[in-house]
Design a protein around this ligand. Structure first.
Ligand SMILES: CC(C)(COP(=O)(O)OP(=O)(O)OC[C@H]1O[C@@H](n2cnc3c(N)ncnc32)[C@H](O)[C@@H]1OP(=O)(O)O)[C@@H](O)C(=O)NCCC(=O)NCCS
Length: 386
């Protein structure tokens, strides 16, 4: 039966899901019915992980149990650290993470099981280990030894600890926790869809997460985060922002459609396949960016971002997306530019796992192609080909 072709599956409802929904017209995002602004304000990341995986906010006992499981799962198996020591120091942090997740899968005691209880145990381990891997890689590539994860405290705070090798300030820890809450899930975005396509074949969780990380890496998805920071640093001063944006928009207007579609010819941090108005996470992040920039003395970058945002609003109807102000937050927290997408992965792992657990109960995802090739034709033997 022929089904209408939708380029990029735009707006196609591809799966049933009870995890997360986006109202693109109103600029709203909900995890299991709770608005993202409420969750960012009132919930911790661990509460959100429970919500995404189990469907409800945890009781105190449930929260303590999950938190203890996550803490216990933090240390990386020694062979994983040994393999990380062999990666080229030039590897991008997300490439190192993608590889380390593949390696840790080799040592996972539940590696080959797709049973619900085994998948949940693997979800706990991956959610605990991925932020530790990011921190370990950052230290290894600088020639420093990885620091052991803490045997207590929240996941996001521990991430900052393993990254810097010392405990973060209370403000930095709370900020990172909110960042993790805001990035934990986002409906059927590209990397989540990649997870679900992989899981729908009944492959194991680690294989699906490797696919997800590879998909997150692209500049049309998580990679935009790093491009935002690069752009803001290139602009350098709030006074240059308006002219810079106008120049780039003018240059775009003179390009072919194909040229305009290239990531390098777009303004990173703006535009979204679902949101028609500003992404609700961007509002929370903007406020957060203002506070941490003030504390860190990096208001110049925040003011530059604000000018870019105002100019984009005036000159285009493109909504601001999650990547824009989060980049400003990372800069204020002193996080290196090329770790932005790995932080995204460190939080999104919980959402990927939630979707994996849901998808195991669903069917194979196997769409059709709108064929644009030649019609059936006679085979030409090699000796007769010109
Ligand atoms: C996210 C993104 C891939 C969504 O793309 P999409 O919904 O498929 O939108 P389209 O590619 O159909 O773009 C629609 C129009 O808006 C323009 N547009 C979209 N995002 C733009 C941006 N960031 N800067 C300038 N123009 C943009 C497109 O060029 C196109 O106009 P055109 O046909 O005149 O060239 C796109 O907005 C983008 O590349 N943004 C920058 C990267 C980014 O921030 N990604 C993070 C997403 S969370």
């Amino acid at each position: 039966m022929a089904v209408e072709f939708k380029a990029g599956l735009k707006d196609v409802i591809a799966v049933n899901s009870s995890i997360c929904t986006v109202d693109g017209e109103a600029g709203k995002l909900y995890y299991r019915g709770y608005s993202i602004t409420d969750l960012a304000r009132y919930a911790t990341y661990e509460e959100v992980v429970h919500l995404l995986w189990q469907g409800e906010l945890p009781t105190r006992t449930q929260l303590e149990t999950l938190t203890a499981q996550l803490i216990q799962a933090r240390p990386l198996p020694e062979p994983v650290l040994a393999s990380m020591r062999t990666y080229p120091k030039t590897a991008h942090a997300l490439e190192a993470l993608r590889t380390a997740v593949s390696v840790v899968g080799l040592y996972d005691p539940d590696a080959h099981s797709t049973a619900p209880d085994a998948t949940l145990r693997k979800a706990v381990r991956l959610t605990a280990q991925i932020p530790v891997m990011v921190g370990a890689w950052h230290r290894l590539r600088q020639g420093a030894a990885p620091v052991a994860p803490r045997g207590e405290g929240p996941t996001a705070e521990n991430f900052l600890h393993v990254l810097a090798g010392k405990p973060p300030s209370a403000v930095a820890a709370r900020t990172m926790d909110m960042i993790f809450v805001l990035h934990a899930d986002h409906e059927i975005n590209a990397s989540t869809f990649a997870t679900r396509v992989a899981i729908a074949t009944f492959t194991d969780l680690h294989s699906a997460i490797v696919a997800a990380i590879g998909t997150l890496k692209g500049p049309r998805h998580g990679g935009a985060n790093e491009d935002v920071l690069a752009m803001l640093l290139e602009i350098g001063d709030p006074g240059n922002a308006e002219q810079y944006i106008q120049r780039r928009l003018l240059a775009r207007a003179q390009m072919s459609h194909e040229e305009r579609a290239k990531p390098e010819n777009r303004i990173p941090g703006f535009g979204h396949p679902v949101y028609k108005v500003d992404d609700p996470r961007a509002g929370v992040l903007r406020e957060m960016a203002r506070q941490v920039s003030q504390e860190a003395g990096t208001m110049k970058l925040f003011d530059t971002a604000t000018k870019v945002y105002e100019t984009m609003h005036r000159e285009t109807d493109l909504p601001v997306n999650v990547d824009f102000f989060s980049a400003v937050v990372y800069y204020a927290l002193g996080i290196p530019i090329d770790l932005c997408t790995s932080i995204f992965a460190s939080a999104r792992i919980s959402g990927w796992c939630a979707h994996a657990m849901e998808q195991y109960h669903d069917r194979l995802i196997r769409p059709r192609a709108h064929y644009t090739g030649p019609p059936p034709r006679a085979f030409v033997p090699l000796k007769e080909r010109q």
